[in-house]
Design a protein around this ligand. Structure first.
Ligand code: ADP
Ligand code: GLC
Length: 475
């Protein structure tokens, strides 16, 4: 089975969130299932610099405004196809934002180009390599199915994975031409969405299979609360929609071998990591639970609720250590909380190594997201015996076993879930956390259970492989 993965980020080369981790992990996970996956990426500076080999396997005189080629090579153990198109991708900063922190004005065209090249490779191959499935990720790959239609490549099967439906890839209808779209498809059964163009909707309507990154989010997507206006489309495509949980790289996230900490393989080993983290963040030793957060700071993540519920944590002798960056107002509010409370420490920024030390050193991790397609940090936490306190939504609902009386009686609980996603419910969860933390025997059971939970890719890779096989079986 040959699959072309089409995405706008890929760890460890270029990452703004969990999408990159998943795109970076899938090829190795799927190789074990007999799937040969190559990943098509835009040639951002970080990608072209890392690329080794770099044989030109396709050339375009005019790729959305300039000449371009596709380079085949490897980087970080990944088999890559990279779009070398300086007019689109040779820019500083993150994949989507300019130095002023705003979206590049031509993002619709930049990622239409990604989708277009993906469709071209699927239709015509790349130096003799012919994928059977084009597997795109999020809106950035949404138009691929439109272009496959234009290229008469009906024999190519397509799959689109929704990592976050909040990003729909909108564009003004005046851009139909510059996006190389067929105006005849600008209607509600095509890529028209509320009078505009939506790259995500294009893929949602057309891809042979849709997946999202947890079974609960798949259900939620069909409701007005979570579907963000696309719930009707999701219901229409229900028969082709599959929820497949993300895994994590359990070699990179392994407390027994993690070079950023004093390694441990039992919960007792966390004491050294906790003391080191407290020292690093200038937190005093304390009798209560040290809660950690590693997160983008946006409304999705519900961090404003943590600010509201913070007194409840501190009253119980608890502490908070946060690593994150995002909305300026949230950054400021957390900084202020740290200035006022010796038991709160905040680091604004992005720091992979430090994120490991936080996850290892925390007693608990807080993930109070308003919606969470899957979420990865609670999975890292489980592996490190760091008890997740999570909102009951999306992948957080699917990966944590709530410490209900029944689960405690059966000794299977791994964390705490709360619902609804309000400050009041989070406060109650923090009170439960405090009580569980004091009960040393139960707490140690939670930690042991957490560390035993499988969080790797094995099961999900099998599910993807089966879907690819199902899509191509009559071909
Ligand atoms: P999302 O993709 O919505 O941001 P996920 O939980 O799926 O949420 O993935 C977030 C990823 O980004 C995780 O790998 C997490 O560790 C990482 N991350 C988020 N913020 C930071 C940060 N400030 N420093 C280091 N890593 C971070
Ligand atoms: C998105 C979601 C997150 C998910 C990640 C990887 O960024 O917000 O929940 O884990 O994609 O699929």
């Amino acid at each position: 089975m040959k699959v072309l993965s089409v995405a706008s980020e890929c760890a460890p080369l270029v990452k703004t969130g969990g999408l990159a981790d998943v795109v970076g992990a899938l090829p190795a996970a799927l190789a074990e299932q007999g799937v040969q996956m190559r990943t098509l990426l835009p040639g951002y500076p970080a990608v072209t610099v890392a690329l080794e080999g770099g044989e030109s396997v396709a050339q375009f005189d005019d790729l959305f405004g300039g000449p371009a080629q596709v380079l085949a090579g490897t980087a970080a153990g990944l088999d890559l196809l990279v779009i070398d198109a300086p007019h689109l991708y040779a820019r500083p900063g993150n994949p989507y934002l300019g130095p002023d922190g705003r979206d590049w004005q031509d993002n619709p065209e930049r990622f239409a180009a990604l989708s277009w090249v993906g469709a071209h490779i699927a239709a015509h191959g790349a130096a003799g390599w012919h994928p059977q499935v084009l597997h795109g990720h999020d809106w950035q790959a949404g138009f691929a199915t439109e272009y496959l239609r234009q290229m008469d490549a009906g024999h190519i099967r397509s799959m689109l994975t929704i990592h976050n439906i909040a990003f729909t890839g909108p564009a003004d209808p005046g851009r139909l031409h510059s996006l190389r779209l067929d105006p005849g498809r600008f209607h509600s059964e095509g890529f028209e969405f509320w009078g505009g163009i939506s790259a995500l909707k294009a893929g949602l309507m057309e891809a042979d299979a849709l997946t999202t990154v947890s079974p609960t989010y798949a259900e939620e997507l069909m409701t007005p609360e979570f579907g963000m206006g696309l719930e009707g489309v999701m219901r229409h495509r229900q028969a082709s929609l599959h929820g497949i949980l993300n895994g994590i790289d359990d070699a990179a996230w392994n407390p027994a071998t993690d070079p950023t900490i004093t390694p441990y393989s039992k919960p007792a080993g966390k004491a050294a990591a906790k003391a080191a983290l407290q020292a690093e963040m200038g937190l005093p030793q304390s009798g209560g639970p040290l809660c950690v957060i590693v997160s983008r700071m946006t409304g999705q993540k519900g961090l404003d609720l943590v600010l509201e519920a913070l007194p409840t944590l501190l009253e119980q002798g608890g502490q908070l250590a946060l690593l994150g960056s995002g909305e300026a107002e949230l950054e400021r509010a957390f900084q202020a909380a740290a200035d006022q409370n010796p038991n709160v420490a905040v680091r604004i920024g992005y720091d992979e190594g430090f994120s490991h030390r936080l996850i290892a050193g925390g007693d608990a991790i807080l993930v109070p997201s308003r919606f969470e397609p899957c979420g990865l940090t609670q999975l890292y936490a489980l592996r490190y015996g760091t008890v997740p306190v999570v909102a009951l939504t999306g992948g957080l609902a699917d990966t944590v076993i709530n410490a209900s009386p029944a689960a405690l009686a059966r000794k299977v609980a791994t964390g705490i879930q709360f619902s609804p996603v309000t400050a009041g419910a989070l406060r109650n969860a923090l009170v439960r956390l405090g009580a569980l933390y004091k009960d040393r025997k139960t707490w140690s059971r939670l930690q042991t259970n957490a560390m035993a939970q499988p969080v790797g890719w094995a099961l999900s890779a099998k599910a993807y492989a089966e879907l690819y096989a199902g899509l191509t079986k009559d071909r």
